[in-house]
Ligand binder design. Structure first.
Ligand SMILES: [Zn+2]
Length: 60
């Protein structure tokens, strides 16, 4: 197992693992989710330039 494909959002401190068919997001607690979940739970509240998940919520 390698974590080469894992990124950690420096703002949200959430790990995102690149996967075929949709990235997996590992939260510090609770079950893993998707980028959309991460956006809904965390990133849309932080809304800072360093966040690596900003594109997931684009629209509007
Ligand atoms: Zn983030």
């Amino acid at each position: 197992m390698s974590e080469e494909n894992a990124q950690v959002c420096p703002i949200c401190k959430v790990k995102i693992i690149k996967m075929v068919g949709g990235d997996r997001v590992l939260f510090s607690m609770g079950p893993p989710g998707t980028r959309a979940t991460l956006w809904a739970k965390v990133c849309r509240f932080t809304d800072k330039p360093g966040c690596i998940n900003r594109d997931a919520g684009v629209g509007g």
